[in-house]
Write a protein that binds this ligand. Structure first.
Ligand SMILES: NC(=O)c1ccc[n+]([C@@H]2O[C@H](COP(=O)([O-])OP(=O)(O)OC[C@H]3O[C@@H](n4cnc5c(N)ncnc54)[C@H](O)[C@@H]3O)[C@@H](O)[C@H]2O)c1
Length: 341
């Protein structure tokens, strides 16, 4: 196949970043973008030498080879369906849909149509998470007794965004739930969650928490703790600890970790701290869209490493369970994983 013509729907916060990465992805010859705000699509396209279309129907009518969806979550199902109907592979930002119930019809549609759809969980392309998965699979850590995952933003996003985000576990910790499954190869069978609101009271007024913790039990009995906060003024702090009988491996512990040591004389980490998800995971996002280009071109090989729809829904099921436990205060058991192709 000659150079690819890829389409990108939605060029807001993360879509504009994907557009920048796509125009420098090897083998991508042409990029056309669309946004509900046509002025924004034109602006992003002209800054990058890309093309733009007035809407997503016009975008798909341009004979594109693949579609990347980076609109708000509410539009994901209809745009995944549009891409599948157009017969092109789709990479859609996480999550598939606002919750699991609204994700299941997407799964059914894609299965019935034989569509090729992947979901954006970029940590699967981060060097540290990949090493954690490899080291655990190779037995280098022994057996795991505990897993600790944390995601802390430097500052909260706008409250208007939080009001529609589905909650901290669905919006933020879903990345941790995905890599928890992906690095350990285990399913989460029970979740107990708690949350707090010691920051801006407006976050509580829209029904969300600014900080949360979920205790997860994996199907082999291993315990995992997933924490998240909107308030880590020192920077964007994302870590995973796999604690094993032979030793502990830490993802996200380097000179740019957004934390400091309490030990006298310690100068590690020297900084500057990571600031945002876009900066912390820039290489992973680039590798993710490059993997999608390989998938579209047909050169990806049997395991393309992109998150499948089934895996994205499995992570969303844990997030839904955590939101439910946060609401009820009780542990929530997860049923058998959803069977999909
Ligand atoms: N993987 C990650 O790390 C990560 C990080 C941030 C956001 N996200 C996900 O990415 C998605 C977008 O988030 P964001 O922060 O960029 O949102 P955003 O609001 O900044 O951007 C969304 C854009 O989509 C456009 N849009 C809405 N409906 C459209 C339609 N029908 N056709 C074309 N464009 C349309 C909007 O005009 C807007 O420009 C969300 O689903 C979010 O969960 C993922």
């Amino acid at each position: 196949m000659s150079d690819l013509h890829l389409a990108l729907a939605g060029v807001g916060r993360i879509g504009a970043m994907h557009a920048r990465h796509l125009v420098s992805t090897p083998g991508v010859g042409r990029l056309t973008v669309a946004d509900a705000d046509a002025g924004r699509a034109r602006e992003v396209a002209s800054a990058l030498g890309a093309d733009w279309a007035p809407d997503t129907a016009a975008l798909l009518a341009r004979g594109v080879d693949g579609l990347l969806v980076a609109t708000g979550t509410a539009q994901h199902p209809e745009l995944i369906a549009a891409g599948v109907r157009a017969g092109v592979p789709v990479l859609c930002e996480k999550p598939v849909a606002p919750d699991v119930a609204s994700s299941l019809p997407v799964l059914e549609l894609v299965e019935a149509a034989g569509g090729v759809v992947r979901i954006g969980h970029q940590r699967r392309f981060d060097a540290g998470y990949r090493e954690a998965r490899r080291a655990h699979a190779a037995g280098e850590l022994g057996w795991l007794h505990a897993v600790r995952a944390t995601t802390c933003d430097a500052a909260p996003p706008p409250v208007a965004f939080l009001a529609t985000s589905g909650g901290l576990f669905r919006d933020c910790s879903v990345h941790d739930f995905d890599v928890l499954r992906w690095t350990t190869g285990r399913e989460v069978v029970e979740v107990t969650a708690r949350g707090s609101n010691n920051g801006d009271p407006a976050i509580g007024r829209v029904g969300d928490v600014d900080t949360a913790l979920a205790v997860c039990t994996l199907d082999d009995g291993t315990l995992a703790v997933v924490t998240a906060s909107r308030y880590n003024g020192a920077g964007h702090d994302v870590r995973l600890e796999l604690q094993g009988s032979l030793g502990t491996l830490v993802v996200g512990l380097d000179e740019r970790s957004a934390l400091r040591s309490a030990e006298p004389g310690a100068t590690f980490p020297a900084g500057p701290a990571h600031t945002t998800f876009a900066e912390r995971f820039a290489d992973a996002y680039r590798a993710e869209v490059a993997a999608f280009a390989d998938l579209v071109r047909g050169t990806a090989g049997p395991a393309d490493d992109l998150c499948t729809l089934a895996d994205a829904v499995a992570a969303a099921r844990v997030a839904d369970a955590a939101q439910e436990s946060l609401r009820s205060g009780a542990p929530v058991r997860l049923d058998a994983p959803v069977a999909v192709p």
